[in-house]
Design a protein around this ligand. Structure first.
Ligand code: NAD
Length: 365
């Protein structure tokens, strides 16, 4: 079987970690032709567009993509290209497994949580209005006219849309995933005590859909309480389904539970297309330093292999990663007992150690 897959190297540490993942996949002997396409700053420089149609068309045609992180300027400048890609391709489900790997610095051995984050709406919709803008003041006047609660003028406004359509779609996705993966419990995460109409709708739909899955245990947890419970008792959680913003924040918290962003993979799934990328960002301070952990991207590639049906090769890849981390020798700084450990290796060297383990697995098996 041969495949054609789009590859977006991204920026910051993106090219280094995607190179590492490609090296591992190529060692597995799968016939993949990579279409290398750009997005973000590198695309702006080369194609004068942050998200060129060539990139979108390549992913639409291939239906599968592997992606490195892309920088988003903070506070001003262009909007996130990562969010734009998910919206343009309607990759509505963000799936992020946080599974303990022996040999990491995790304080919570045995953690095994799957985050299912809604990817298309909520405060990530990008519907925002600037402070001191005439349109914003007009909008505030309109709101103050129809709402009992008043908004101060001047203010900046972000809109949080939550629809029945998107909530139903992601919650059903979470239950189907739980059923398929034989997971015991799905928890709905919300702040419906405060946001009665938006998070309240999400929770109401969760309760309705849960009735169709009597074999799966369910509960709902307010997001701030979840943060505390996750840190104290992560083993009580299994599959979490959340609106977009909470999903983003809880993903990093869960990455912390298993030993850091360096080992947290992710997938963005739509009806026809899927894009795989690590939870972490572009970590600009480490750009070009051959320093960061390639595991999160390599494990995202393993999720991609499962998605295209290459389960055996995905297992080999996951085992190879686990073997290198367990041995603890050829690992990056974040997997050593201290971050300044002189024995840590670079991104490339860790990937090469994983390649050696892949070769051993292939030989034995
Ligand atoms: P970040 O995830 O890039 O980095 C935060 C810290 O986590 C780093 O300083 C580093 O200490 C650690 N870290 C991250 N990746 C690591 C790895 N592979 N190995 C070891 N340690 C690692 O978060 P940030 O600094 O908040 O964001 C930097 C940029 O990335 C921003 O522009 C942000 O918008 C963007 N971002 C992109 C994505 C994406 O492309 N999907 C996701 C998150 C953030």
């Amino acid at each position: 079987m041969s495949y054609r897959i789009s590859l977006i190297p991204g920026d910051g540490i993106g090219p280094e970690v995607t190179d590492a993942a490609r090296l591992c996949i190529d060692t597995l002997g799968i016939d993949i032709r990579w279409d290398i396409v750009l997005a973000g700053e590198p695309a702006l420089k080369q194609h004068n567009s942050l998200l060129p149609s060539e990139t979108l068309n390549s992913i639409k045609k291939n239906k599968v993509a592997l992606k490195g992180p892309i920088t988003t300027p903070v506070g001003s400048g262009f909007r996130s290209i990562n969010v734009a890609l998910r919206q343009e391709l309607d990759l509505y489900a963000c799936v992020r497994p946080a599974r303990y790997i022996e040999g990491t610095n995790s304080k919570h051995p045995g953690t095994d949580i799957i985050i299912v984050r809604e990817n298309s709406e909520d405060l990530y919709a990008g519907v925002e209005f600037k402070e001191l803008d005439e349109k914003t003041n007009g909008l505030i006047n309109y709101i103050n006219g129809i709402s009992e609660k008043k908004v101060r003028i001047p203010s900046a406004i972000s809109i949080k849309p939550i629809s029945s359509f998107a909530s139903e779609r992601i919650i059903r996705f979470a239950f189907e995933l739980a059923k398929r993966e034989k997971r015991r419990k799905v928890s709905c995460i919300h702040k419906a005590n405060i946001m009665k109409y938006t998070d309240g709708l999400f929770l109401q739909i969760f309760r309705e859909i849960a009735k169709g899955y009597p074999q799966i245990e369910v509960n709902d947890v307010i997001v701030d309480n979840l943060c505390m419970q996750l840190v104290l008792r992560p083993h009580e959680f299994d599959v979490l389904v959340l609106p977009n913003l909470y999903g983003d924040i809880i993903s990093d918290l869960c990455a912390g539970l298993i030993g850091g962003l360096g080992i947290a993979p992710g997938a963005n799934i739509g009806e026809t297309t899927a894009l795989f990328e690590p939870v972490h960002g572009a970590a600009p301070k480490y750009t070009g330093k051959n320093k960061v952990n390639p595991t999160a991207t390599i494990l995202s590639a393993a999720l991609m292999l499962k998605h295209i049906g290459e389960h055996k090769k995905a297992d080999i890849l996951e085992k190879a990663v686990a073997a290198v981390i367990k041995k603890g020798k050829n690992v990056t700084y974040d997997l050593k007992p201290t971050r300044t450990d002189p024995g840590s290796v670079g991104t490339k060297e860790m990937a090469e150690a994983i390649v050696e383990e892949i070769k051993k697995e292939l030989k034995n098996g």
